[in-house]
Design a binder for this molecule. Structure first.
Ligand code: ADP
Ligand code: MG
Length: 324
């Protein structure tokens, strides 16, 4: 059974006022249902990025999303797939993903008591034939052998040649390809992204749509927290929300400026809010959700941001206290 889709107005799914059409999955083989991401409540869809991702699904275009760490690149693709009911798999290229993981390998099997070699398909041929959306996360951190395979795929009208097998894989009609990257493929001039590599310009060219995502604005970020943690709508800590969001903004500005190396993502802000609910203490929750994973040398800077937002001095404010 193939995946079938139907084009319809999906603006309501994303909370947009203007109509926008996209394919919604109608029929899905049962074994692929586990690959449809779960919908996140109160996810705030950025209009421009969502439209770019939807164009990828509608017109079968390759979409690359670039932006700083924690801006919501991966989750946007995932949440769009969730709304469309599209099965999706993410491959994080910054890990230890190798060419063999992607393409496949010969495996030795026992058949009727005899050893036989059989080709075991990797993620790429599998995803292409199943017709699911494949997300290449941290695309600019891919190893050279992996990038070489992807280059071949991107150049060959979307077909994949399994040289080992002398077989050409054509993608099924619902196969889609997305990527996310921290840099724009020109290498990392800022020094913020260790492990990223310049991407071959010929390869960059093969991405039909390149969209850029920045951090959420403060109003949208507050809306996420209020929707997920009711304590911040009417509870004892609702006054803390504005300075918390201001604090997150300061860390992002500091990160962009190269002053600190750890940044508060929207996920961290949410964890902070939830920890406030659990521990009943803004400062302690801040330590547990963010400060404790910051470089010790940078904690005085972060304490200074905290002082600016909340007017209270953290004990981490001076390096001397850290040593003690
Ligand atoms: N627009 C958004 N609405 C709701 N949550 C968001 C949004 N953007 C990011 N988040 C939250 O922040 C976390 C980090 O986002 P992620 O997509 O992993 O960032 P990136 O891929 O850009 O590093 C996600 O788990 C998600 O829950
Ligand atoms: Mg990501």
């Amino acid at each position: 059974m193939e995946i079938t889709t139907k084009i319809q107005d999906v603006s309501e799914n994303f909370g947009f006022n203007t109509p926008i059409e996209a394919p919604i999955v109608e029929k899905l083989p049962e074994e692929l249902q586990v690959f449809v991401p779960e919908k996140e409540t109160a996810y705030q869809f950025d209009f421009a990025i969502t439209r770019a991702i939807l164009a990828g699904f509608t017109h079968n275009k390759r979409v690359l999303i670039q932006g700083l760490h924690g801006t919501g690149k991966s989750s946007h693709i995932e949440q769009v797939a969730a709304q469309l009911g599209w099965p999706m798999v993410r491959i994080n290229l910054d890990g230890h993903v190798s060419r063999i993981d992607l393409v496949g390998r010969d495996a030795i099997l026992l058949k009727d008591g005899k050893q036989v070699t059989e080709f075991k398909e990797g993620m790429l041929p599998w995803a292409m034939q199943q017709g699911i959306a494949l997300v290449l996360d941290e695309y600019d951190a891919g190893r050279p052998d992996v990038m070489f395979v992807l280059q071949r795929l991107l150049e060959a009208h979307g077909k994949l040649t399994l040289t080992e097998e002398k077989r050409i894989i054509s993608p099924s009609a619902t196969f889609r390809l997305f990527a996310t990257a921290n840099t724009i493929g020109l290498g990392d001039a800022s020094g913020m992204y260790h492990g990223t590599n310049p991407i071959n310009q010929g390869q960059m060219d093969r991405w039909n749509i390149v969209a850029q995502l920045d951090y959420l604005d403060e109003a949208h970020e507050s809306a996420i927290i209020r929707a997920r943690v009711p304590e911040f709508v009417s509870g004892a800590h609702k006054e803390a929300l504005a300075p918390m969001i201001a604090m997150a903004s300061l860390t992002r500005a500091g990160f962009k400026g190269g002053d600190i190396s750890t940044v508060m993502s929207p996920r961290t802000v949410l964890a902070w809010a939830q920890n406030i609910e659990i521990f009943g203490d803004v400062e302690e929750a801040f330590r547990l959700s963010f400060l404790n994973r910051c470089d010790e040398a940078e904690r005085p800077i972060i304490a200074e941001y905290y002082q600016r937002c909340f007017g209270t001095e953290l004990k981490e404010a001076s390096a001397a206290n850290l040593a003690a």
